[in-house]
Design a protein around this ligand. Structure first.
Ligand SMILES: C[S@@+](CC[C@H](N)C(=O)[O-])C[C@H]1O[C@@H](n2cnc3c(N)ncnc32)[C@H](O)[C@@H]1O
Length: 243
């Protein structure tokens, strides 16, 4: 996994900026926590500047993209966090769970070092997402990789779950972020900063089909009603465990 991010992480910061509306939901989840460990911290998105933060990240490529004023970072695996029991008020994990090689071990470690755990994760599409028409293998891969709410609850205890509405102009370019900006998926940089798209072999035929449907008006015919929507629920959730 460190290798995946050491290769796809190159342009990460350009396309994966924190979105302020998602940041607000995460801040609510963190509540009054003063000390936070950011697990799978990447380039530092969503690290709250008003709290004491330690970042934990595996990939050197991602660490190298952290701004000079970002929180201190330790290069380590979530499955073996080099910190004492109860060292943090909260653990934060933003779109990282699905990458952990041992999710149970990582969740136990999160719970060991923190009182409260806050994750942004994905629980499956509550409705169809048109990208499925072009890259159907992506959903299958994600369904396999992301833990279910039941699996999270088994390790973390009772959860508070909040649906995240994805704004049409979401600044954080994760898989569903461009639901109203379909042309974005034609950009190999955009696709390269989305791990599940980067992981499946790049399919020029799928990209060309999307390009043709956009040019011919077919995409608009089938999904044009989305252009009037401001936000959509595509299965992203803020999940909070602990007091
Ligand atoms: C999609 S990125 C998210 C990064 C950041 N949280 C954000 O929101 O921009 C997932 C991150 O998890 C890191 N990661 C994956 N497996 C890990 C592990 N076992 N231990 C620590 N970090 C890990 C990856 O290197 C990558 O930086």
């Amino acid at each position: 996994m460190s290798q995946l991010y050491d290769s796809i992480g190159q342009g990460y910061r350009r396309f994966r900026q924190p979105d302020p509306r998602i940041a607000a939901l995460l801040a609510e989840g963190l509540g009054d926590a003063e000390s936070v460990i950011n697990l799978g911290a990447g380039a530092g998105s969503y690290e709250p500047s008003s709290r004491r933060v330690l970042a934990l990240e595996l990939s050197a490529t991602m660490i190298a993209q952290r701004p000079p004023d970002a929180a201190p970072v330790v290069q380590a695996r979530v499955e073996a966090i080099p910190c004492a029991d109860g060292a943090f008020d909260a653990a934060l994990g933003v779109l990282t769970l699905h990458h952990w090689s041992d999710q149970v071990a990582g969740l136990r470690e999160a719970r060991r070092v923190s009182r409260r755990q806050v994750f942004l994760t994905w629980v499956g599409y509550p409705q169809r997402f048109w990208l499925d028409d072009y890259f159907p293998e992506v959903r299958a891969a994600d369904e396999h990789l992301f833990p279910s709410l039941e699996q999270l609850e088994a390790e973390l205890g009772p959860l508070r779950v909040r649906a995240v509405q994805i704004p049409w102009d979401c600044r954080d370019g994760f898989l569903c972020a461009y639901w109203r900006r379909p042309e974005a998926y034609l950009d190999s940089g955009v696709r390269g900063a989305i791990s599940t798209l980067a992981r499946v072999p790049d399919d020029p035929a799928a990209v060309e089909r999307l390009r043709a449907d956009l040019a011919s008006g077919r995409w608009r015919e089938r999904h044009g009603e989305l252009l009037a929507r401001e936000e959509m629920d595509y299965g992203y959730r803020v999940v909070v465990a602990g007091p």
